[in-house]
Write a protein that binds this ligand. Structure first.
Ligand SMILES: [Zn+2]
Length: 299
């Protein structure tokens, strides 16, 4: 019995040592573990590079991979919004530092990779509470998590605020790198490259979801039969196949999705004032007077 206790406490000591050494190894020059003070009004898309407890650090927050991805997402969004509500288009309002870099936070999660990867499209619903436990739950923000680990089904997924009651938090979109199998971001979708490839397209698609796109009031909104979860694949898509908000799940031609509501009738710069419009979102700049927040389903 005595020996057992000693062995057990030795094991606890060793695992504490391991955890401490991982935490120390995560400390790297230029890396931040907090959301830096905001230079805007706090309503922004905050980016997190998150690793599972047992995940290896590829330094995507430090080696410009995430910054490049964000740049490509925003460049496409800006191009598609030119000569619409604003002559020069709009930008996604990512959380930035005073010198205009993306404020990327590094987060070591308290869950292991198998806990996340087996969830497939639902993995974001495990990641969101995990970042929340670390304090990333600012009600003004939405979170875009680049998760450095596996996912057995998808390259990216997100939560859909329009499909849950306001009491449930649905503020997170996630990209799984490297992912795995059919949904692999790297094997099938290009991964981190200085181009608007499918990885970039998936990431932008999911960020638009968490901003409230496609609202249920959109005339071409596509709703699947099995409603009830808060994830991609259930709602929030368009029936228009070359739009970036066409369903990723059932779509073999997603690579051809090249429009952002180009008819201005579903989610960008449309005329239905009581329906969410990304051109008037709090999370884009320039921002209109009286901007909108993502709409939740019901009380
Ligand atoms: Zn989707």
């Amino acid at each position: 019995m005595f020996n057992y206790i000693i062995i057990k406490s030795k094991m606890a000591f060793i695992s504490l040592l391991l955890l401490t050494s991982i935490a120390l190894a995560d400390e790297k020059e230029g890396r931040t573990f907090i959301d830096l003070p905001d230079i805007d009004n706090g309503y922004n898309i905050h980016v997190i590079y998150a690793l599972p407890k047992d995940g290896s650090d590829e330094e995507y927050d430090l080696n410009n991979q995430i910054s490049m991805l964000i740049y490509q997402m925003d460049k496409w969004f800006n191009n598609k919004t030119k000569k619409r509500l604003f002559e020069d288009g709009q930008h996604l309002k990512f959380d930035r530092t005073a010198d205009d870099k993306i404020d990327i936070t590094f987060a070591r999660l308290d869950i292991d990779d198998s806990t996340v990867s087996k969830e497939g499209i639902n993995a974001v619903n495990v990641i969101q509470p995990a970042i929340s436990r670390l304090g990333f739950n600012d009600p003004k923000k939405v979170y875009f998590v680049v998760y450095g680990g596996a996912n057995f089904d998808v390259c990216a997924s997100s939560q859909l605020p329009g499909h849950v009651p306001i009491s449930i938090t649905a503020n997170t979109a996630a990209l799984y790198i490297p992912g795995k199998k059919s949904g692999s971001c790297i094997d099938n979708d290009g991964g981190f490259k200085p181009e608007f490839n499918n990885t970039t397209r998936y990431a932008l698609h999911e960020v638009l979801h968490v901003l409230g796109v496609v609202p249920k009031c959109a005339p071409d909104h596509l709703v699947f039969k099995n409603e009830g979860t808060i994830n991609d694949g259930i709602g929030g898509h368009l029936t228009i196949s070359n739009d970036i908000m066409y369903s990723v799940q059932s779509n073999v031609t997603f690579a051809k999705a090249r429009h952002l509501d180009f008819q201005s009738k579903n989610y960008y710069n449309h005329s239905n004032e009581s329906c969410l419009d990304i051109a008037k979102s709090m999370y884009v700049i320039p921002t209109v007077d009286n901007p909108q927040l993502p709409t939740y389903g019901s009380e």
